[in-house]
Design a protein around this ligand. Sequence first.
Ligand SMILES: [Zn+2]
Length: 308
Amino acid sequence: RWGPGHIGLIGKHQHLESDNELQWKAPFYFIQGADPQFGLMKAWSIGNCDHGGDDWKPEIKLTEQAVEAINQLNPKPKFFVLCGDLIHGMPGTQWREAQERDLKNTLKNVDPDIPLVFVSGNHDLGNTPTPETIDDYCKHWGDDYFSFWVGGVFFLVLNSQLYFDSTKCPELKQTQDEWLNGQLAVAEQRNCKHAIVFQHIPLFLQNPDEDHDYFNFEKSVRYEVMEMFCKAGIKAVFSGHYHRNARGFYKGLEMVVSSAIGCQLGEDTHGLRVVVVTAEKIVHKYLSLNELSSHGIGKELMDLIKQN
Ligand SMILES: [Zn+2]
């Protein structure tokens, strides 16, 4: 079994690939969610993002709805990846522990046949992570970066906070960089059908040349990473953090930004992204929780999965 089953057992020190998962067999799909961020809806509504998240019942409800919708899907998704900002409370703040507990209790109901994959966000690690905050995250949710194979497709999970601000943990940034170089060499050499990256902060939102702000990578770092990904043959990067949907391309690399399960900062609905991987392409669609609950992944995507 390659996956984490439940709360964060997947990690960089494990060799997850059974030989089985190295080979391409048939189209499959997975579900990507982002930013359940327990506590942000209340904090945002009272205009106090730093200290305001003392209630997260709405996020519990939404995450329950997401879990129920996913559990009903047939065929089952290969995994459910949560792309960071699991909770709103930053390291060291008051409601963090309770938010973590409540999120774990909600996610415990995910069908045990659908592995959960966790990605660390800025709220999980702090905007300026330290070895202690990263260690604390890993104890709760598993490693902050790792890779795994599913059906001939190579997946990489990165700690994007190390690119955002590693001033308090330069060694950890270097260790991830070295590990990533090795992994990208694997992606380049191995005959995988596709290679896909998950990280919380998007490289960019729409245009690879857009200005740097809170929601994307600093430009010089962005270009360095994009070039590295392209060279290794990475096809797509899936992120959250923006609380809105967005999308763009850099050469052959697609940047996909998914809105939140929790608090919306734009016009999108609370939702999840369905990602279908076929031999030729990666096709994805963001669906509202209501849509996914009532109609599943829809005929169009289902036809792609059944196509051979
Ligand atoms: Zn974030």
